[in-house]
Design a protein around this ligand. Structure first.
Ligand SMILES: [Zn+2]
Length: 131
């Protein structure tokens, strides 16, 4: 089948220009990715603590799972959370080996107040480094 020239100037076979269709699909994908990136950025505004320092999306999602579960009353022990020796009202829940969320316990439950890397944690809370 001889190639024809479409009104757009591309050459090809078929009822419509596949080059233009391909370009449009790529454009669409880019726009979609941009929207998703924007939504992802905005999603941090709804977190009770700032999770932007987490290096991976997976960690952010895991942190949110923990935050949601604790907020809805799930015991911190389910997530290997531990009370601090230096202050029993402070609970640390690990996200992974490097990051943990700190909660304060009050009459209403556990209130998240900080996100710490393992390094921060060892520097700022030397007495709790074994936890
Ligand atoms: Zn075309």
């Amino acid at each position: 089948m001889p190639k024809k020239t479409f009104p757009c100037g591309h050459k090809g076979n078929g009822q419509y220009c596949h080059t233009c269709q391909q370009l449009a699909a790529e454009q669409e994908e880019k726009a979609q990715a941009k929207v998703e990136k924007q939504q992802w950025k905005q999603s941090f505004a709804e977190d009770p603590i700032d999770l932007r320092t987490l290096p991976r999306k997976k960690l952010v999602l895991k942190a949110r799972t923990i935050l949601d579960a604790v907020r809805s009353g799930e015991p911190f022990q389910h997530f290997n959370g531990k009370r601090m020796n230096y202050n029993r009202k402070i609970i640390s829940i690990p996200i992974d080996n490097d990051y943990r969320i700190l909660f304060k316990e009050d009459d209403t439950g556990l209130i998240p107040f900080d996100l710490m890397s393992h390094e921060d944690y060892n520097v700022k809370k030397p007495g709790a480094s074994k936890l």
